[in-house]
Design a protein around this ligand. Sequence first.
Ligand SMILES: Nc1ncnc2c1ncn2[C@@H]1O[C@H](COP(=O)(O)OP(=O)(O)O)[C@@H](O)[C@H]1O
Ligand SMILES: [Mg+2]
Length: 384
Amino acid sequence: MKDSPFIYGTTVSVQSFTNRETETQKLKSNLLNGINTTLISPRRWGKSSLVEKVIADINKKEPKIKTVLIDLFAVGSEAEFLEHYAREVIKASSSKWQEWMNSGKDFFSKLIPKLSIGIDPANDFNLSFDWDELKKNSDEVLNLPEIIAKKKGVKFIICLDEFQNLSSFNGYLIFEKKLRACWQRQKSVTYCLFGSKRHMMTEIFNNSSKPFYRFGDIMLLPKIETKKWITFICKSFEGAGKHIDEKTAEYIPMLMKNHSWYVQQLAHYTWNYTQKRATKTELITALNELINANSPLYQKEVEYISSTQLNFLKAVAKNETRFTSVAVMQKHLLGTPRNVLKNKIILINNDIIHDIDGKFEFVDPAFELWFKWIYFKEPYNVLM
Ligand SMILES: Nc1ncnc2c1ncn2[C@@H]1O[C@H](COP(=O)(O)OP(=O)(O)O)[C@@H](O)[C@H]1O
Ligand SMILES: [Mg+2]
């Protein structure tokens, strides 16, 4: 049997990457033209995949441009960030690890990095600094790509994933100013800063009193359109020796509200259950399996929220819009207007709901289906 053509759980930059022509074009053109770019969308819509795809395209065509991709998801302090940043910039600067080992004397004047290399250089190259020295001279690390670029006659594109994580560092406010001051002076380095926590990202980049205000272009990554998903799903089925017609395929993005990860997951389960030709029956089985597979997670999610927050969520599920009106507050037991406001903020900050054109929506479409079944006994496949 052929492998499933649908992928979720890792980024998809080559295989299974679909559409996004406009966004790929725009991001590539920005980065090649030195325009710093901030990319924002809820998680699992496809930011990392898009950036990886753009970087892969650039690597293929532009030998004079060195690219760096760092995920800040697990980086917990300024020192750790600086070491990570220096290490990846050095690695990108040359394909020869022998040159990496010389970077201490080639590119640093005040700091003395401790460098080490293991059996597998690509994965075992390490770098650290004396912490007191690093604190005094962090500029030197932040300017490293610019220094290397000048010396080698190259340019850098630096992409930082989950950028909003920086804001949880101790002493972030001072660090943020320093970052901005160093980075905006660099002529040969372009930054792509992206992240999933929309409220945090907009606070960093869209607040006129913050250092990163107007740092560059802000792109809000949209969902992939239904029409494009249908084409992708139908083609992928054919390519893997099975069939699904457009009408059946359309239910997949419809049920999953075009959420990239979930469309791939539901398409995968459907493909898996299909012998030759997918029908509604296979799709319903797949949907049940998807919700069952995820339900322990959803269960946990509701365990963590208070009862008035849960009531607020129920009101969202019932398509309410005027949450502080007396009727709505009474009907759903939302508490006082103050409670409503507070709960709304908590649910937004925890990425459970978001505001789409003035209306609240569940961020996670499958969680929404599960939620409506658990609390209102609405069947998952109510749309079909
Ligand atoms: N362009 C795309 N085409 C098809 N599927 C995609 C695309 N982008 C993302 N996906 C799906 O969404 C999942 C999450 O993508 P990812 O890039 O990790 O999102 P993010 O970085 O926004 O959290 C991927 O594993 C894949 O299943
Ligand atoms: Mg990501």
